[in-house]
Design a protein around this ligand. Structure first.
Ligand code: UDP
Ligand code: MG
Length: 330
């Protein structure tokens, strides 16, 4: 029987964790009763450095509910790295793996459908939302713009698919071979390949707690997606440069004609304009180049993508006693 591990990143999710764990436990029970997954299947909750009750809730459930386990990262590493941490831990023995957000905005019932698709022979099952009613107008519009832009830039991503997906053992093994540090899983999965399909669901509003993706984090993720997967911005600089040289050639020609015909102007205005304009353009260009150099800088350092502090998944061990009395060995 195949072991399913559901990886759930959690960052300050104490308000939703109880209901999330009970909903997902029911689904695991149902699936294992129907003999679609092994009874040893688990939830692997990754505490991404939250300092609220998130980790102690996980530890408590782990004691009473054999479906619950987790890892505790040493600090906040961000959603994508937390997913990576969970997938790496699960890769030891998972036959199939599903990632889902802790707030269950993505319909947990789709998990059953995903597992059915897995048994039908698919290696990757993408969860795709077919509504965005629960999102704000801004989030909807910006997401649409993002998918369009990514498409134009030649990056293959599935529209309206976030990080709710099933992958099987062999895809997981291949995915974890990717050495990059700027993670954007949505863009990486299509690069791995294998046979894939989609399941559609209605995305709900968050039940409790606040979104951990404020605007600046969303923009950072989009920016990572673009600059980690597309060379179009850096190539367009060259095109832009050529265009500028071409245009200024006309300007030089015009200036020469004016000079030859005796219409020499003081030229101060045009000079100032070009200095400022060119200065600005150069700064933008240097900025974009710097962005890529920044990425290279980050990649070559090969820093760990996450550090696990406690591991209930592979090495169950009793938590270290705080303030233990060391002088008691009389
Ligand atoms: N998350 C995380 N680390 C972070 C930010 C978010 O592990 O630094 C988790 C969060 O707990 C949730 C998921 O990533 O399970 C998605 O976050 P959220 O639901 O807040 O994003 P939204 O649905 O609003 O885009
Ligand atoms: Mg959410």
């Amino acid at each position: 029987m195949d072991k399913l591990v559901i990886v759930i990143p959690a960052y300050f999710e104490e308000e939703v964790l109880d209901s999330t764990i009970s909903t997902l436990t029911q689904i695991l029970e149902q699936l294992s009763e129907e003999k679609k997954i092994s009874g040893g299947s688990t939830l692997l909750i990754v505490n991404d450095g939250s300092t609220d009750q998130t980790w102690s809730i996980i530890e408590n459930y782990h004691k009473s509910n054999h479906f619950v386990s987790g890892i505790n990262l040493s600090r906040n590493y961000g959603h994508q790295n937390a997913l990576w941490a969970g997938m790496t831990a699960a890769s030891v023995d998972a036959d199939l793996l599903i990632t889902i957000d802790a707030d269950l905005q993505d319909d947990p019932k789709s998990i059953i459908e995903m597992v059915d698709k897995y048994h039908a022979g698919y290696d990757v099952v993408y969860g795709v939302r077919n509504n965005r009613e629960s999102d704000t107008f801004f989030k909807r519009a910006s997401a649409n713009l993002f998918y369009k832009l990514m498409n134009k830039l030649g990056v293959n991503i599935i529209p309206n698919h976030a990080d709710f997906r099933l992958i099987d053992r062999r895809v997981l093994k291949q995915l974890l071979q990717f050495p990059e540090r700027n993670l954007f899983l949505r863009g990486m999965l299509p690069l791995v390949g294998f046979s894939s399909t989609k399941v559609f669901y209605k995305r709900r509003a968050r039940q409790a707690g606040k979104s951990k993706y404020p605007l600046h984090k969303m923009l950072l993720l989009a920016w990572d997606g673009i600059t980690s997967f597309s060379e179009v911005p850096i190539r367009s600089i060259i095109v832009f440069g050529f265009l500028l040289v071409f245009l200024s050639a006309f300007y030089v020609l015009y200036g020469l004609i004016r000079w030859a015909t005796g219409h020499t102007e003081t030229g101060w205005t045009s000079l100032m304009v070009s200095i400022w304009l060119l200065g600005g353009i150069q700064l933008i260009v240097i900025g974009i180049v710097g962005e890529y150099i920044g990425k290279i800088f980050k990649e070559v350092k090969r820093r760990p993508r996450f550090i696990i502090q406690d591991d209930l998944y592979t090495k169950p061990k009793p938590p270290r006693m705080k303030n233990s009395d060391s002088s008691s060995n009389v």
